[in-house]
Design a binder for this molecule. Sequence first.
Ligand code: ADX
Length: 177
Amino acid sequence: MQHPGLTVWFTGLSGAGKTTISQQVGKSLIDRGYRVEYLDGDAVRQTLSKGLGFSKEDRDENIRRIGFVANLLTRNNVVVLVSVISPYQEIRQEMRDYIGRFWEVYVCAPLAICQERDVKGLYYKVQTGEIANFTGITAAYEPPLNAETVCYTDAETVEESVTKVLRSVLSKLAQDN
Ligand code: ADX
């Protein structure tokens, strides 16, 4: 069975839940017979974007590299699950225009909640001055203006967020089949 591809682009603060949700959405899509690939910020920054930092220029470069790969995969009927902070509206819009088959998911959680979770211990390091240019604190995060799906991870369970994304993505994929 040939499925049309789609880039599902998860954006949000560090610790908002992008990776957790995208992994579970991916598993459910695979169970339904879709071809799935993941492009996750932490993994990409150790490989494709190794050496890039967190200035606006470097983040935009990171996003363009990810977009290039996502576009190739999308053209080949893969559902690409991209999870990167991608804090700037302009470059997200550029990716939307470039890839075309683009589904934006805003993984929204208040900064205070992300700080409290501090899954990777990075917010602590920002406080102690070990990390500069940190999104939400010393660097900007521009919320999406036209996301197809919004998950409020402070108010929803992971399961609820996953179901919400999955339903919306499946209905998009079904429309185009
Ligand atoms: S993006 O801004 O270019 O989209 P990306 O998602 O690839 O960011 O990488 C973010 C990850 O890098 C975070 O989840 C965190 O683990 C790590 N990181 C290290 N330094 C920073 C920083 N200054 N700002 C944001 N994330 C950082």
